[in-house]
Design a binder for this molecule. Structure first.
Ligand SMILES: Cc1cc2nc3c(=O)[nH]c(=O)nc-3n(C[C@H](O)[C@H](O)[C@H](O)COP(=O)(O)OP(=O)(O)OC[C@H]3O[C@@H](n4cnc5c(N)ncnc54)[C@H](O)[C@@H]3O)c2cc1C
Ligand code: FES
Length: 230
């Protein structure tokens, strides 16, 4: 069980939860969070936003019952954290771009502390945490209401990492195929999950070499290996 240090609203329906303790985890990995008893049945996967020796942070958007219960947590409350899970992003070299869309910006705060990168953040209506991200890069690009993937010149980079809604990940893949493919491009897929440990097959992703489990073989995939069907 973890003890809540703080749970602060940073934008409409978006909260930053800080939990006490020295937790494991690398860039792009996630934890299964649970702040309730029997219902909802399943814990919820949330990416590592930040961590140090004393605490771990999660940035989350309230979209349903589980995240609404997370939002009701107060300082001193406890919650269950299991993880870290998933493969995470590789340590990248050369010129790197991080592209986050909506709550898909969450894994990149921790990444940007470890990788010298240009950061592209896209929001539908309201930008948030720009000041925090601006301290981690000299090249921060914010897009509100547009298509953040369009802001990125894929030819300029050696590595591109992206996280966001399904349609955005598909757009990243399309742009990768249209480019000279110099860059290694990674996409993090936020598929629905149940067990988080590879046991239930709820999270499978269609790939060129068969179906893969997003929770154990992902959530990060190379852009060209995923076969999007919708
Ligand atoms: C690896 C991974 C990392 C994630 N990291 C974060 C994060 O850092 N911050 C964050 O806010 N969210 C993150 N998510 C998404 C988050 O897990 C879901 O938003 C959450 O589980 C919803 O739970 P809920 O009970 O609030 O909503 P539910 O009541 O379960 O669902 C509410 C609505 O949201 C839709 N929904 C639920 N889950 C998803 C999903 N994964 N993709 C698309 N639509 C969904 C449902 O279809 C429904 O319409 C991540 C997901 C994955 C797989
Ligand atoms: S969530 Fe159960 S196998 Fe991935």
């Amino acid at each position: 069980m973890g003890k809540v240090v703080s749970n602060v609203k940073v934008a409409e329906q978006v909260y930053l939860l800080r939990v006490e303790g020295n937790y494991e985890g690398s860039m792009g990995q996630f934890y299964m969070l649970r702040a309730w008893g029997h219902y909802p049945l399943l814990s919820r996967p949330i990416s590592i936003f930040n961590k140090d020796d004393e605490s771990i942070e999660f940035l989350y958007q309230v979209v349903g019952e589980g995240t609404a219960l997370l939002a009701s947590l107060r300082s001193g409350d406890t919650l269950q954290l299991e993880g870290p899970f998933g493969n995470g992003f590789p340590v990248a070299e050369g010129r790197v771009a991080l592209i986050g869309g909506g709550i898909g910006i969450a894994p990149f705060y921790y990444c940007a502390q470890q990788i010298n990168s240009d950061i592209y953040l896209g929001f539908s209506t309201e930008a948030y945490l720009q000041d925090a991200f601006s301290k981690l890069t000299s090249s921060l690009h914010i897009n509100v209401g547009g298509i953040v993937v369009d802001d990125v010149d894929f030819e300029q980079y050696d590595t591109i990492m992206a996280c966001g809604p399904h349609a955005m990940m598909r757009a990243v893949q399309t742009k990768y195929f249209q480019s000279s493919r110099r860059a290694k491009v990674y996409i993090s897929l936020e598929n629905r999950m149940a067990c988080g440990i590879g046991a239930c097959l709820v999270c499978t992703v269609s790939c060129l070499d068969g179906r893969k489990k997003a929770c154990t073989e992902g959530p990060v995939f190379e852009a060209q290996e995923v076969t999007f069907h919708d």
